[in-house]
Design a protein around this ligand. Structure first.
Ligand SMILES: [Zn+2]
Length: 436
């Protein structure tokens, strides 16, 4: 029996899917305009681990896991303008980096990865229904969701109205009937990416993207909706309002699961604070992806995680010990104690403690796999040196440095790899590498 802490009811509840043969989970994915930092990697790793547990409990084919790619956004448009390229150049580059970085952390791709730019008709359809039901209105080329039209608005975040308006940092715009109203559709200028719509050329707001894609791929009510704590308000509150109002009151998700922040000392890690560490940098510094994964799982997912050198070093020490204990055993049956710990609201610290105490190598290997660990052979782990995903990450970092005309960095990465016996060859199709 799996239990999960549900943010909406503020309690830990037994996880009983609506249909155990088709369990649906949606996690808000990346906005692809920059390199993911280790705080962005936390939900990817947490929900990948939850997906592994659900598949273990309910069957390999029991879960449909969708994670979207936000590939139209004001920050993407600004990046594209700064580089003088099409937005697709930016989004394709950073989506590839995201998948490489998460792959290095042992995160399996989701079953469905819907892209905003490919689902505009679904969003237009949802907005039209919200207008028809009196929950949205058109004003000055925008379409806005009318917050006062939804008496149940605010249940997830449990904020009072003043806190909501302040927290949303909503711009006061003359066309808004209420300061809490939020954008479903906004106009695009002639030279900005946009689509024809009943309200003129424009693009969707961020919130409606998730509601429309969930409806399209998973249905009106899903089992689990996940994401970082920072998404509860306004993003998830707005998703709930849009979906519930366009589905005659049907709830959007039966369980709301949120992971805590990664912080650097006392501050939350965030791009705007400029205190980020990226998986790419950590891999480039020679850390293994699996070490970073274990470091991310070393705290309970709902707790804040302080990202320090010690946390990473401890994860490496623990992995060395686990690899030594597992040797090259074939995976057997997972240990009941590890499964029980994970089933208790994904208690990864307890699961790790139990893993460390296991003396059956086959059970150890199978139990570790539930956490996405011990995925290489002990031989590969101990042979030392950077593994392939780390080399690829460093090459990607060098390519980006070259693109930014930062030749000091690109030369440094080439020299560091050379010192480790990795020779780079630049060709028309990109950079390839070989061992000396
Ligand atoms: Zn979302």
């Amino acid at each position: 029996m799996i239990t999960l802490h549900d943010t909406l009811s503020r309690e830990k509840r037994a996880f009983v899917p609506a249909d155990p043969k088709r369990i649906t989970m949606y996690v808000c994915g990346p906005t692809v305009y920059g390199r993911a930092h280790i705080g962005n990697a936390r939900p990817a790793v947490v929900f990948d681990t939850l997906a592994r547990l659900i598949r273990h409990e309910f069957g390999a084919d029991s879960l449909v896991y969708a994670r979207n790619v936000t590939d139209v956004d004001d920050k993407i448009i600004a990046s594209a303008k700064a580089e003088g390229v099409d937005t697709s150049v930016i989004t394709e580059r950073y989506e590839r980096f995201y998948l490489d970085d998460m792959g290095a952390l042992g995160v399996n791709p989701p079953d469905i990865a819907p892209h905003c730019t490919r689902e505009i008709p679904q969003m237009v359809s949802m907005i039209e229904r919200l207008i028809a039901s009196g929950n949205a209105y058109e004003a000055a080329g925008h379409v806005l969701f009318s917050v006062p039209s939804d008496p149940d608005y605010g249940q997830l975040s449990r904020r009072d109205r003043d806190a909501m308006v302040a927290g949303a940092r909503v711009e006061v715009a003359p066309y808004k009937r209420d300061p809490a109203d939020f954008v479903l559709w906004k106009p695009s200028a002639e030279d900005v990416i946009g689509w024809d719509s009943p309200w003129g050329k424009g693009r969707p707001g961020w919130h409606v993207e998730c509601s429309a894609m969930i409806e399209h791929h998973l249905g009106e009510t899903i089992d689990i909706h996940g994401g970082g704590l920072d998404l509860i308000f306004p993003h998830h509150e707005n998703e709930i309002a849009q979906s519930r109002c366009s589905h005659g009151g049907a709830p959007l998700a039966r369980y709301w699961v949120h992971n805590g922040f990664v912080d650097m000392g006392s501050e939350k890690m965030s791009k705007s604070l400029g205190n980020i560490v990226t998986p790419a940098e950590l891999l480039a510094a020679g850390h293994r992806g699996e070490t970073l994964r274990l470091a991310l799982l070393s705290a309970h997912y709902r707790q804040p995680l302080a990202w320090t050198d010690e946390v990473v070093a401890q994860a490496k020490t623990n992995l060395d010990r686990l690899y030594r204990a597992a040797g090259d055993a074939e995976p057997g049956e997972p240990d009941a104690g590890v499964v029980e710990a994970l089933s208790d609201d994904l208690n990864t610290p307890l699961a790790l403690t139990r893993l460390m105490a296991l003396d059956d190598p086959g059970a150890l290997k199978a139990s570790a796999a539930l956490l996405g660990l011990l995925q290489s052979s002990a031989d590969e782990w101990f042979k030392g040196g950077a593994d392939e995903s780390a080399i690829e990450a460093r090459i990607a970092e060098r390519t980006e440095a070259k693109k930014n005309r930062d030749f000091a960095t690109s030369d440094r990465i080439r020299d560091e790899l050379k010192a480790e016996g990795i020779v780079l060859e630049d060709g028309p199709g990109g950079t390839t590498w070989r061992r000396e």
